[in-house]
Design a protein around this ligand. Sequence first.
Ligand code: ACO
Length: 315
Amino acid sequence: MNGIKIKGMGHCVPAQVLTNEDIAQRVETSDDWITSRTGIRQRRHCAAEGHLDLCTGAAQAALERAGVTADQIGVCVVATLAADTIVPSAACALQRTLGLPEDTVCFDLNAACTGFLFALHTVECLLNAASRSYGLVLGCDVLSRLTNWEDRSTCVLFGDGAGAAVVECRTGWPSIGAVLGVHGNESLLFCPGIGSDEPSCIAMEGQAVYKFAVAAIPWCLDQVLEKHHITVDAVDFFVFHQANARILDRVVRKYHIPPEKYGKNIDAYGNTSAASIPILLSELQAQGKLTSGSRVLVVGFGGGLTWGGALVEFA
Ligand code: ACO
C-alpha cells in the first residue's frame, strides 16, 4: 500500500473563551482544582459558530497551508461524535462549502477522541484507490452541546474546535502504519442518543478512564515503534490526545521524551475530542516545530473505548 504524508494543517476554534473562573460561577469548583487535576486553564465554546463553520475554517486553513486547491481533493473524512445535522453529514456539507468535486468520497466517522487517527488510516486506504492523490482529514467536535452542567467532574473538561490535515498519497511512500483498537464498553464513557429517555450528555467514570488511558498510550506507542522498526530516539515529535495533562506527563516521564519533542495545549483548549490532535499538529506546524521530513508519533484514546497510534510524516 502507498503511504500518505501531511502537506498542511489548519485549525479553527470558536471565539468565546471560558476560563476556569467562568466555570466556577456555574458549578462548585475552582481554578485550583481544575488546573491541578487536569492542566486545563480555559476552553473555547461555540456561541455564534456551528460545527460546519469550524470544519470549514480548519479545512480552508489546511488547504492554504498545503498549497492545494479544492478540486485536487479525492477523499474527505470528518471524525466527529455529532455534526450539526445527522443528515447531511459534516463531510457532505463540506463538499458544498469548499466546492469539492462531486466524485469526492465524503463521509463522517465516529471513533470519539481517537477519531482523527481512524480517519487518517481510512483516508490512506481510500486514496490508494482514488483518482486524485490528495485527501482532507478532519477532527471536529462541539462537546459544549453534549455537556452535563450538573456534573462538575465532566463539565470542566471539554472544549470545542476543529483541526484539518491535507494529506498526499504517493507511490513508494511508506504507510503511516496505524494501529487501531476497540474494547466495546457502554458504561465507562457514554453519551445517549436518539430514542433514549436520557438527555444526550457525556457521562464518564473518570478514574476508570484514566487507568485505561495510562495503559493504552504506552501500548499504542510501543506497537507503532515496533511496526516501524524504530526506537523513541528516531521520532522527531510526539503528539498525544489532550485529555489530561497528568496522563501526558506520566507517558513523557516513562519514555524519557525531552520537552522539545512533545507538544501540549490542553491548558488553552481543554479536551476537544477528535479535534485535539489535529489542532495541536496545526499549531506546531505554524510555530515551525513540524517541517518537511518531521516524523511525528501520534497517539489517541477515548470513548468506545477506542485507541490508536501512527507515525505520520510531513511532506
Ligand atoms: N471541582 C472540584 N471537585 C471536583 C470536581 C471539580 N470540577 N470534579 C470532581 N471533584 C471532586 C469529586 O467529587 C471527588 O470528591 P470526593 O473525594 O469528596 O468524593 C474528588 O474531586 C475526586 O474526584 P475524582 O473523580 O476521583 O477526580 P480525579 O482526580 O480522578 O479527576 C478527572 C477527575 C479529571 C476526570 C480524571 O479522572 C481524568 O482525567 N480521567 C480521564 C479522562 C480522559 O482521559 N478522558 C478521555 C476520553 S474523553 C472522550 O472520549 C470524549
